[in-house]
Design a protein around this ligand. Structure first.
Ligand code: NI
Ligand code: MN
Length: 228
């Protein structure tokens, strides 16, 4: 059976793999382009790249309702735990945590990280998610372009999810350089068209990806799914 990847807009994704559902950065109720309600989402695991509100989103409510295990760096996971969420896992940058569905390796990300109440959120991360099927998915989180993306590319990525919105993160031009370094088979854009400062033309971006990289661009609409 394949792996289904669904985008909810912004950086929020769902991975359905085997019998597990994994959410990443589930910013749904405050997300103007989301097509679902947080109440209808299933989750066994919720992965968080950093502490900003547009990534923590509805994590606490979804985790309390579903019993999902929330995975994020030490400060993020401890903050989530302090909100009354029962199951958390708190690795840190450079570490790997293993679960029933596969493993999560926390990479560098160049950004900032504070929790929704202003408390310290530790270092922001990207995540290399290796599913039991072998499929390797990199979610870059919020980040600037950085040349150590070459090291992440050496891990052999099947899928990369990278921000292209500019303003808060790298923009479309820098993301093309990132793709040249990450060398994924497939690449999906995120963190764009949610709010006016991060409006981008995804079709134009996809043309640049096919002209300048060896990766195949997959542009979903919010609510859209691709099966790998
Ligand atoms: Ni952020
Ligand atoms: Mn963000």
């Amino acid at each position: 059976m394949g792996t289904k990847l669904t985008w909810f807009g912004h950086s929020a994704f769902q991975i359905e793999t085997g019998e597990h559902t994994v959410l990443i950065d589930p910013f749904i109720s405050g997300n103007p382009v989301a097509t679902v309600s947080p109440d209808e989402l299933a989750a066994d695991f919720i992965l968080l790249t950093h502490g900003h509100g547009d990534h923590i989103g509805d994590t606490v409510d979804i985790a309390k309702r579903t019993g999902a295990t929330v995975v994020g760096n030490f400060e993020v996971a401890n903050w989530i735990s302090a909100q009354g969420v029962e199951n958390t896992s708190s690795p840190n940058t450079g570490g790997t945590a293993s679960f029933d569905f596969g493993s999560v390796y926390l990479t560098l990300a160049f950004h900032s990280s504070s929790m929704p109440d202003g408390s310290y959120g530790g270092s922001p991360n990207g995540m290399v998610i290796t599913l039991n099927s072998g499929l390797k998915i990199f979610h870059a989180g919020d980040t600037a372009l950085f040349s150590d993306m070459q090291l992440i590319g050496e891990m052999g990525l099947d899928v990369a999810i990278i921000p292209i919105g500019d303003f808060f993160t790298m923009g479309p031009d820098e993301s093309v350089r990132a793709i040249q370094w990450l060398k994924p088979r497939y690449v999906l854009p995120c963190h764009y068209n949610t709010f006016p400062p991060i409006a981008q033309d995804a079709a134009q971006w996809a043309n640049a990806v096919s002209a300048k990289t060896l990766s195949s661009a997959i542009v979903l609409d919010p609510g859209g799914t691709h099966e790998f």
